[in-house]
Design a protein around this ligand. Sequence first.
Ligand SMILES: Cc1cc2nc3c(=O)[nH]c(=O)nc-3n(C[C@H](O)[C@H](O)[C@H](O)COP(=O)(O)O)c2cc1C
Length: 323
Amino acid sequence: MKTRITELFGIEHPIIQGGMHFVGFAELAAAVSNAGGLGMITGLTQRSPEDLAKEIAKCNELTDKPFGVNLTFLPTVSSPDYPGYIKAIIEGGVRIVETAGRSPEKYMPAMKEAGIKVIHKCTSVRHALKAQKIGCDAVSVDGFECGGHPGEDDIPNMILLPRAADELKIPFVASGGMADARSLVASLAMGADGMNMGTRFIATQEAPVHQNVKDAIVAASELDTRLVMRSLRNTERVMVNPAVERLLAKEQELGKDLKFEDIIEEVAGVYPKIMMEGDMDAGAWSCGMVAGLIHDIPTCEELVSTIMSDAEALIKERLSNFL
Ligand SMILES: Cc1cc2nc3c(=O)[nH]c(=O)nc-3n(C[C@H](O)[C@H](O)[C@H](O)COP(=O)(O)O)c2cc1C
C-alpha cells in the first residue's frame, strides 16, 4: 500500500507504533520496523541522552529499516535535557522524530537542519494546524479513544479525522482506538494516510514488558479504562485497577482543590513497577479503549501482515461489492 505516509518515511506499510513510556524500547521499535511499519523508541524512558544513544545503537543492530524516536515535551518546570536528546538522535543517524505534548517549535530548527522528518502527535485540529505552520512534516491525530493523554476536548475520531482532513495540507495518521484492518481502512476513508497504534502494540510477542501487562490488555473490555487527572488539565486514559479507583475517589472528594501531590502515590514512578515487574495494581498506566478489540498476542510481523492483507480484502471485496 502506498500513501503519503509510506512515501514520507520510506516504509512499506502505513502503520506507526506510537512512543510509549517503558514500552517503546529498541526490541519493539525494531520488530515493528522489521514488519514494514514504523517503530518508535520512547526518548524520555531513557534516563539521559547517553542512554538514548545506546538504545538507538541497539535498535540499529536489530533493524536496517527506518525507525523513529518519540520526544514528549512535558509541562514540567525542570525540563529534561531536550537538546542533548536531539543530539543523540542526530548522531545515532535517526531521521524521524515523533513529538508530543507541548509544541516542538523551539526545537524545529535543530531537527530540520539535520534533515529530520517530524510527525507531531496532537489531539485537536487547532494544534494540528499549528504543527503544520511551524514546519512539521506530518501529524498524528489522537482521538478521545486513545490510551495516554487525549487532551481536554473529548472529540472522538469519527469527527476529529474528517475535520483534520478538511483543514490540513500535510499528511496525517489516525491515532487512538486503532487495532486492525477495519481501523486502517476506516482511517483511510476519513482522509488519513495511515494509522498509529499504541495499546495494540503492547500486546505483541516482542513488546519488552511483563506478561501480566499483555494478559491484562487481552482480558480487558472497552469498558475498562478511566479518565484521570481531568481537574489538573492533564487528562490521561488509564486501565482501571484499585489504584485508579483510589485516585478517582480522591478526585471526587477534593474536586477543584486536588493537587498533583495528592495523587503522587498513584501516578509517580509507577511505570517500571507495572511494565517491568508486572505489578498491575502499582498505579495508573495508560491504556486505550481499544483493549476491547484485542484478543491475542501475535508477533509484530503477524499483526502488521494480517492487518495489511485483511485491509486489501476489505477494500477489494466488502467495499467494492457495495458498488
Ligand atoms: C502505556 C502507554 C504509554 C504511552 N506513553 C506515551 C509517551 O510517553 N509519549 C507519547 O507521546 N505518547 C504515549 N502514549 C500514547 C501512544 O503513543 C498513542 O498515541 C496512543 O496509545 C494511541 O492510542 P491507542 O492506545 O488507542 O492505540 C502511550 C500510550 C500507552 C498505552
